[in-house]
Design a binder for this molecule. Sequence first.
Ligand code: HEM
Length: 409
Amino acid sequence: MIAHPLAVPAVHGAQSQCRKASWYDEDWPRQSIHTSRDHQFHADRRRVWSHSFSDKALRSYEPRIEVYNKALMDRLGDHGGQPMNAAKWFNYYSYDVMGDLAFSKDFGLLRSGQQHLAVELLNDALGIQGIKLPTWMFRMLIAIPGLTEKYWRFIQYCDEQLAAQMAQKDTEKPSLMARLLAHAGPNPSKSDLLTLQSDSRTIIVAGSDTTAATLSHIAYLLAKNPEHIVKLRQELLPLMNADGSFEHQKVYQAEHLNAVINEALRLYPVPPTAIVRKTPIQGITVDGTFIPGNINVWTPQYVIARSNDAYDQAYDFIPERWYSMPHLVIELAGYSPFLTGPYGCIGRPLALMQIRLVIAATVSKFDIGFPPGADGSDFVENTKDRFTWGLAELNLCFRPWQRSTSNHS
Ligand code: HEM
């Protein structure tokens, strides 16, 4: 582990010779855009995926996302300001959005309010991976019949989503998976099929879990620091449409909104710790220290975020450090919540669009606070690092708020 801000560009930057470590082989022979360790295979796969994240594609997703955004606001409102597990509802929201965009399928979690088998399986599967066993031990464990049944049921579930998508002929709503299938052609080879199955799993995990965790942490931080809800409203309400909705085009440059998201991702990055890379044979040098070749390294964003070498007042939630108080960022190179370089998050623009629109809608409709006597410490203390975050219950009150009912905010 190298908890040094300058290790981030050295290990993950565009010029770095470090490559994905054997941890990514856990699913071999399946390899996706995320798990492939073959540089050329990965670059080719990324090219295929990139069409789904163009500006044009993103614009076409916005009305689809808006449907789930409205449903989420309805659900937050249904509780009438009483305590509710916000992490659960953000999870349902991000899973519904992922189902629609990735598979043209409405999973209906927000509508039904019922835990979906897939979310349960996803949590169980990530729980097993979160133990972070050495790859050989993990592969041995999952080969023992019955021991890791839930893990295999999740893999099977992802394969079924792909099969359903393959069976679907024409759809009015193009999906990420349909684009990947179109590229593979009508009769994908056995290895193409393995890749598509693995990509299906990547979409389900990367496309929902990360966004839900970030929304939950932002809501927690806003409940703890309500002065930033006031500040967000001052910035966002002038950008709101007459019907109370927001357009991404109008809010994507809102500096305090972006700063709140940046600061939440600094304090609670996903994944928080281990994005493991293998150093090149000749080794690397970080701030004058030589790191030998052929070893596993990672640069824990969670730890670097709390380092005084990287940030002034490192433990404090100060969104302004990202625009009007840049002196509070001592070493910017250490901040990389979506990673940079060849393996950086391809879903970044989609994730940011969803988060901006949900936060704008939430603060324009609700005050966010903790139930009486609570301060949210249960949430942070019981949330676990299991590659992404295994979120604990986040009990929050969303009290309806309207501009006319408040004097100052
Ligand atoms: C706040 C939300 C998100 C955060 C913080 C985030 C962060 C990251 C990070 C740090 C990585 C590198 C992981 C590694 O190398 O093991 C990554 C990779 C990836 N992310 Fe995201 N992500 C988010 C949302 C999304 C969404 C919505 C999608 C959409 C499907 C997505 C798709 C991917 C994919 C496909 C990769 C693998 C890219 C590659 O290896 O070339 N992510 N993400």
